[in-house]
Write a protein that binds this ligand. Structure first.
Ligand code: OFO
Length: 169
């Protein structure tokens, strides 16, 4: 059985994972407007990953006999039209999500829920990967600067990203 505080923290995080899906869907649309189809693909994979993260927690709460309380999803705001600034926002968002996963781990430790700690470990590792991934895109965008040809070449690169359904937990 899930402790109440743990259950609430999971429900809040499910909402944040769905918000992440929304945010990346909004960003995907920006890149569609720019006709950068490789970036569109990158965000499409990201959207699917976020949905998998949300469903992973959703299933876990149910498996533990907890209650799902879905909340309103905040409207996503993409703060810029420039690829590099959009990725700065992605990195900032992923760092925020990492801090939230750490908060869930704090709660799990506080209520001595070892099963939840072991489950959340997967999310923590995933966040390390997410931040590294975004950091690499950002570093390349910084190198590219205003070079449109280089941006188009990088766009081709991002078109190769594929979604692999994660095995969570
Ligand atoms: Fe769910 O990892 Fe990104 O937000």
């Amino acid at each position: 059985m899930l402790n109440n505080k743990m259950e609430q923290a999971f429900n809040e995080q499910i909402n944040k994972e769905f918000f992440s899906e929304f945010l990346y869907l909004a960003m995907k649309a920006k890149f569609s407007e720019m006709n950068l189809q490789g970036f569109v693909n990158w965000f499409d994979v990201q959207v699917q990953e976020e949905r998998a993260h949300a469903f992973g927690m959703y299933d876990y709460v149910i498996e533990r006999g907890g209650k799902i309380e879905l909340q309103d999803i905040e409207k996503p705001i993409v703060k810029s039209e420039k690829p590099i600034e959009i990725f700065e926002q992605v990195l900032e968002h992923e760092q925020y999500v990492t801090s939230r996963i750490n908060y869930l781990l704090d709660v799990a430790e506080e209520v001595k829920d070892r099963a939840a700690i072991s489950f959340l470990d997967w999310y923590l590792k995933e966040q390390v990967e997410e931040e590294a991934n975004v950091g690499r895109v950002l570093a390349t965008l910084k190198l590219i600067g205003d070079d449109k040809n280089a941006l188009l070449l990088f766009d081709k690169d991002l078109a190769t990203r594929v979604f692999n359904a994660p095995v969570i937990g």
